[in-house]
Design a protein around this ligand. Structure first.
Ligand SMILES: O=C(O)CCC(=O)C(=O)O
Ligand SMILES: [Fe+2]
Length: 299
């Protein structure tokens, strides 16, 4: 099968940095996507790692329908329930989280978004990617950044790359989401579900360097949100190594920073990126909605 070029499909692609991020115009995400357009968008995602569709203003049903072109959807979150009527739709209202639950579990969970992380690496099968719809964006602040973990890996020396490739890390969401899970069980009489199984938040293991299942490229796969330690090292060695990797993997040259307008849509490849929201918008209202695509066991 020949693959239609983005240009032939009327897609206007503007890269935002050399290795990560591109804005895409010339496609209306309210309309059903053709097979060719779906393939082209998937290829653009693999190439740019996070792609942005400005000014789409999707309703929840349209958001979910667009995402289904790229695979099966997960529940909103392993622990946090979805929006009424849309079990796959995860909403974060930062203001609500801070004012209603400043000190408690939900406030704490929201704080994860405000520092570097890869989504849901505390599960055996973290998501392939997520599609975010910017609903309410403050007049100032609240940009989101993504960091290219393939670029970060390839910038390391071959000797260090080889050493890292032998390591396994332990990830856990217990400190962040343990209280939320308990609260949910108390209030709803049910816990969370992920990949058809009850969520326990037991620690999971992932390779420190993962190979992308579609591109075959290697990338760093540790993040300060959920990685706890590296197996086989002393606590001091593990802390030093992870501290170095966290600083290295989010160096500005590996990142793209996106300034939102309400109605913008972002689609990121969670297998090769970390992301963080800049916590510079104070108590101004900021709301995002996200749907998430099933992923594989990292190898
Ligand atoms: O609010 C954002 O821009 C991103 C939040 C986040 O971390 C996520 O949706 O996974
Ligand atoms: Fe996230």
């Amino acid at each position: 099968m020949t693959v239609a070029s983005p240009l032939a499909l009327g897609l206007d692609v503007r890269p935002l940095s050399r290795t990560i991020g591109a804005e895409i115009r010339g496609v209306d995400l309210h309309e059903p996507l053709s097979r060719e357009a779906t393939t082209a968008i998937r290829n653009l995602l693999l190439e740019h790692k996070v792609i942005f569709f400005p000014g789409q203003h999707l309703e929840p049903a349209e958001h979910v329908a667009f995402a289904r072109n790229f695979g099966e959807l997960t529940p909103a979150h392993p622990v946090i329930p979805g929006v009424e009527g849309f079990p796959e739709l995860f909403e974060i209202d930062y203001t609500l989280a801070r004012t209603l639950y400043p000190q408690d579990a939900v406030g704490e969970a929201t704080n994860v978004s405000l520092s570097w992380h890869t989504d849901v690496t505390f599960m055996q099968k973290p998501p392939f990617g997520s599609i975010l719809n910017a609903k309410v964006i403050p007049p100032s602040g609240g940009d989101t950044s993504w960091a290219d973990q393939h670029a970060a890996f390839t910038a390391l020396s071959p000797t260090f790359q080889s050493f890292l490739s032998t390591l396994t890390a332990v990830h856990s969401g217990d400190t962040t989401f343990g209280k939320v899970l308990e609260l949910r069980k108390e209030q709803r009489g049910e816990g969370g579900e992920w990949e058809g199984e009850d969520v326990t938040l037991a620690p999971v293991e992932h390779p420190v360097v993962r190979t992308h299942p579609e591109t075959g490229l290697q990338s760093l796969f540790v993040n300060p949100g959920f990685t706890r330690y590296v197996k086989g090292l002393s606590a001091q060695e593990s802390d030093l190594l992870l501290g170095f990797l966290y600083a290295h993997s989010t160096r500005p040259e590996f990142t793209v920073r996106y300034h939102w307008t309400a109605g913008d849509v972002a689609f990121w490849d969670n297998r090769v990126t970390q992301h963080a929201v800049l916590n510079d918008f104070g108590d101004q209202h900021r709301v995002i909605q996200r749907v998430t695509l099933h992923g594989d066991v990292p190898v």
